[in-house]
Design a protein around this ligand. Structure first.
Ligand SMILES: Cc1cc2nc3c(=O)[nH]c(=O)nc-3n(C[C@H](O)[C@H](O)[C@H](O)COP(=O)(O)O)c2cc1C
Length: 308
């Protein structure tokens, strides 16, 4: 019997739909699936209030853990052949609940010496978040063997508008009745089962060599070079903002509130003014960057870490 553990957190249920599609198709007479839902001790309210949405920025980005509930002790009774880790991105970083879990002693016990497939469900900026998850997995002595990244495929600015509507109103429906539906399409959520036969084969053989290449061919990951660049640049700027705001005190502190309002305006400026300018520079310099872009596409599609 092969034992698979599915670890996930999901606020709206989108990520849960993705991982449960994978696991129900994975389950078989010789494959048993167990679930571990990460539950923060202080729940994040959904739909988000605007202030709360921005207030999680510094702790998300700086990867400061916050308490999560202890897993059911039965989880520790088994040694898992494979872990499927479903996570979403908050501010270019694994969400606070997932980051908190990965930094816990429980994660170290569960993931030690265990193959892990990450399943990302986000708007579209996950590349640097995955680099951060790679580091966290190394600190748990886990082995990343696969990655599936599902995103909103609409153009960046459309997805910003529609996800904001979803996050603040709480409904995954069309903004103003005519924008596309926010988040990952229903089709992509159901098509995630396409990757399962390859995962099953690797799990049964206990051999994950070549798995990522195989599922990338099936569309598990699509790298958009402009988003790679935007993600890197935004990480540099977010780092300055996050440190500045974090130093202003805890949630509710008036100084912090003032800085969060400034950050909100900055974010709007960055999305609507800076990003289009960077895009023009990206297009103009594309030909000179071609080799680097190709190298990065290969690296970010893979499960390699920078130092191997
Ligand atoms: C506070 C916050 C920040 C987010 N930041 C990002 C981000 O930087 N990049 C991205 O692609 N998606 C981002 N998202 C979207 C999430 O990754 C995710 O798609 C959405 O929250 C639904 O996930 P769920 O499965 O938890 O319901 C953010 C969402 C929230 C709530």
């Amino acid at each position: 019997m092969k034992e698979v553990l599915v670890i996930y957190y999901s606020q709206t249920g989108q990520l849960f739909d993705i991982v449960s599609n994978i696991s129900s198709s994975l389950e078989d007479e010789d494959i048993n699936v167990t679930y571990l839902q990460i539950t923060p001790k202080d729940m994040y309210e959904f739909p988000w209030k605007k202030e709360a949405f921005f207030d999680v920025f510094p702790e998300s980005f700086l990867q400061i853990p916050s308490p999560v509930e202890e897993p059911d002790p039965k989880i520790f009774n088994k040694k898992y052949d494979l872990v499927i880790l479903g996570y979403q991105v908050w501010y270019l970083t694994p969400s606070i609940p997932v980051n908190s879990f990965l930094k816990s002693e429980n994660a170290k016990k569960i993931l030690n010496n265990t193959p892990v497939i990450t399943v990302i469900g986000c708007r579209n900026m996950w590349i640097q978040a995955q680099e951060k998850v790679k580091t966290l997995l190394v600190s748990c002595n886990a082995k990343l063997v696969g990655n599936i990244a599902l995103v909103d495929r609409h153009i960046n600015h459309i997805s910003v508008l529609t996800i904001t509507h979803w996050m603040f109103k709480g409904k995954k429906n069309r903004l103003l009745g005519f924008f596309p539906k926010p988040g990952i399409s229903d089709k992509d959520i159901s098509n995630v089962v396409t990757f399962v036969p390859s995962i099953k084969k690797a799990l049964r053989a206990n051999n994950y060599v070549g798995l990522q290449k195989e599922i990338v061919k099936l569309g598990a990951v699509k790298i958009k070079p402009f988003l790679v660049l935007a993600d890197k640049r935004a990480n540099l700027l977010f780092s300055k903002w996050a440190n500045l705001i974090y130093k202003r005190g805890k949630a509710g502190d008036p100084k912090r509130k003032k800085n969060l309002i400034l950050f909100n305006y900055y974010l709007l400026f960055a999305i609507w003014i800076i990003a289009p300018l960077v895009f023009i520079v990206f297009l103009v310099t594309y030909i000179f960057m071609y080799k680097k872009i190709t190298r990065e596409k290969i690296y970010y599609s893979s499960v390699d870490t920078k130092n191997n």
